[in-house]
Design a protein around this ligand. Structure first.
Ligand SMILES: Nc1ncnc2c1ncn2[C@@H]1O[C@H](COP(=O)(O)OP(=O)(O)OP(=O)(O)O)[C@@H](O)[C@H]1O
Length: 338
């Protein structure tokens, strides 16, 4: 049995008649990076607050490092570092002084606090900017400083709420690599709450999909993908030099090929579904028709497709679900299209 660091059992939070979190059961193991995904209002923050002992569950319980968050919140807070999406630093103080100040507030011994703050800045890649005022830091640097701030107390668990919001793509890549490294090298358990499916997919060992207070799916991306698309046919995308007419001769002939189940086109890309791997036949066919093939890919199913498929299956289940789905789709499309 794996070593569970976070254990949520029947965790429920009602606000009046609203079930913000509804009978949540979840175990997160030591050293895991777990992605908590869901649209606005899904219940992610409420779950985190209950895990930190900052709000009391209506029913069930949250244990972190074996400690009940409701009855022993102070002990839990010593084990957990929480990085909210809106970081606050003293702009006119140097980054290092900010960390030293926070370290002191957290009771680190005076003779040790500066050394530890410097160590943390080095760990997050800010050794070159210790003396710079926090107010002059870029958004990406502030996120790193936020991480250093969380790590200074040597937590066993870190909870990050939308940590990459507003960072440029290379900053995002670096930040995610840093999270992975910390988890791997220091055995820190990470809970990452995010709307950014692609980023979550890159870095998380396991994801939970939250909608309307319920955990709808939980697992690693490959397992979720198998669950959703297990019986799915093989889909190959062939990219040709020039766009083809959807009702042209080549596409009609492709449709008539044995084993081909479905053919669609989008610009220069032809998508072919079949039960067997007929990639070689497809390429030979394209070449025999004088089409210049510039790319061939087996279509992979990632989190985006898992979401879409999930919603296709559950849409119309009930009115509440339908509203959540639309909301989720909107949030998802808006945020991932950036
Ligand atoms: N103090 C409160 N009183 C009443 N309702 C609340 C309270 N806090 C949260 N809610 C409601 O509970 C539901 C879950 O909210 P929560 O903030 O946990 O969602 P979330 O998944 O974190 O959303 P976001 O991505 O926007 O942060 C929402 O419908 C919200 O309006």
């Amino acid at each position: 049995m794996q070593n569970a660091i976070i254990e949520l059992e029947g965790l429920t939070k009602n606000y009046g008649s609203l079930k913000a979190v509804d009978d949540l059961h979840l175990r997160i193991n030591k050293g895991e990076i777990y992605g908590l995904l869901g649209p606005n209002g899904a219940g992610k923050t409420t779950t985190i607050l209950m895990m930190l002992g900052l709000t009391e569950p209506t029913a069930g319980r949250a244990k972190v490092c074996g400690i009940d968050a409701t009855t022993r919140p102070i002990e839990v807070k010593r084990k957990v570092g929480y990085m909210p999406d809106n970081l606050g630093f003293y702009d006119s103080m140097s980054a290092l002084d900010n960390l030293v100040y926070i370290g002191r507030l957290n009771g680190l011994p005076e003779n040790f606090v500066r050394e530890r703050a410097l160590e943390m800045m080095e760990l997050v890649g800010l050794a070159h900017a210790t003396g710079k005022k926090a107010g002059t830091y870029s958004r990406g640097m502030k996120q790193r400083l936020g991480l250093a701030d969380v790590l200074i107390r040597q937590p066993e668990v870190i909870i990050l709420d939308e940590p990459t919001l507003g960072i440029d793509p290379s900053g995002v890549r670096e930040f995610l690599a840093l999270i992975s490294r910390l988890s791997r090298e220091q055995g820190i358990t990470v809970l990452l709450s995010s709307h950014h499916l692609h980023q979550v997919q890159q870095v998380c060992d396991r994801v939970g999909i939250f909608v309307g207070g319920k955990l709808l799916a939980d697992g690693d991306v490959a397992t979720l993908s198998r669950q959703m698309f297990g019986g799915e046919k093989l889909v190959v995308e062939i990219e040709v030099e020039k766009p083809l007419l959807p009702d042209g001769t080549e596409i009609s002939e492709l449709r008539a090929m044995q084993q081909v189940q479905r053919v669609t086109t989008a610009g220069n890309v032809i998508e072919v579904s079949s039960n067997d791997n007929i990639t070689a036949d497809l390429v030979r066919f394209a070449v025999s028709k004088g089409l210049n093939v510039v790319g061939v890919r087996k279509k992979e199913y990632g989190l985006e497709e898992i979401y879409q498929r999930y919603f296709e299956n559950t849409v119309n289940a009930d009115e509440t679900n339908r509203k959540s789905n639309n909301l989720f789709k909107r949030a998802f499309i808006r945020k991932t299209d950036r």
